[in-house]
Design a binder for this molecule. Structure first.
Ligand SMILES: [Zn+2]
Length: 233
């Protein structure tokens, strides 16, 4: 079987979304990439999570050609591939229709950074894509969704804001691995929920001061990060 470890990682990341309450029925999908092989492992389309096995993960190349697997891949595979092609540092992509992040996507409103929980993971507001045009919707829709995400990040380093809201649809998140992409999807949902609560308490709430935002993001992710334990090799 091709890419045994990657299949297991991708399955585990998909199950993490279920455990964290981000997935209803078969909504959502996580993939991971083996950059050396140029191959992507993704959840199959429409299979119940409790029945998923590593063998059922579908293996595709970066042209979308299935190289291993009997099941159809998640229909969002072309979106995932577009992100892997344009964001060379990412190793995993997670897509959910989690309640609060999807509400912000439907409102076509970027999620401002109201607090340090947001700043710890996202170095700026979580952006929203433009709406897809009629031609993009009628054409290669899933690929165009990926293109719209990449356009949104033309001026943003995707490793500093590992999430986007697709207008009228839902979030896509990413990270160095499939597990970290799923982790970011969980954090995004939490941040989206708290931003909604913040605005419901005070509709005039102001985004966090830039200094505090930078402080929190950079102590975890910057070159001189010092949060957590020192990693030993
Ligand atoms: Zn979707």
């Amino acid at each position: 079987m091709l890419l045994t470890t990657l299949r297991e990682e991708v399955l585990e990341a998909n199950l993490e979304l279920v455990r964290r309450g981000l997935v209803l029925y078969t909504f959502g999908n996580v993939s991971g990439i083996d950059r050396g092989e140029g191959l992507v492992a993704i959840k199959p389309s429409g299979v119940a999570y409790e029945e998923l096995t590593p063998e059922q993960m579908v293996i595709s190349d970066l042209s979308g050609k299935i190289v291993d697997g009997n099941l159809r891949p998640s229909s969002d595979l072309p979106t995932h591939i577009e992100l892997y092609k344009h964001f060379p540092s990412i190793g995993g992509v997670a897509h959910t229709h989690s309640e609060f992040a999807t509400a912000w996507a439907q409102a076509e409103t970027p999620i401002p950074c109201y607090g340090t929980t947001h700043a710890d993971s996202f170095h700026g507001a979580v952006p929203v894509t433009d709406r897809l045009s009629s031609a993009e919707i009628a054409g290669d829709y899933e690929l165009e969704t990926g293109t719209a995400i990449c356009r949104t990040f033309s001026e943003i380093d995707p490793m500093t804001i590992p999430a986007v809201l697709v207008a009228g649809h839902a979030p896509f998140c990413w990270g160095p691995t499939a597990a970290e992409a799923a982790h970011n999807a969980v954090i995004l949902e939490y941040v989206a929920k708290m931003a909604s609560h913040t605005l419901s308490i005070n509709a005039e709430s102001r985004p966090l001061a830039r200094e505090l935002h930078d402080k929190h993001f950079l102590r975890k992710h910057g070159r001189n990060a010092y949060y957590g334990q020192v990693k030993t090799q």
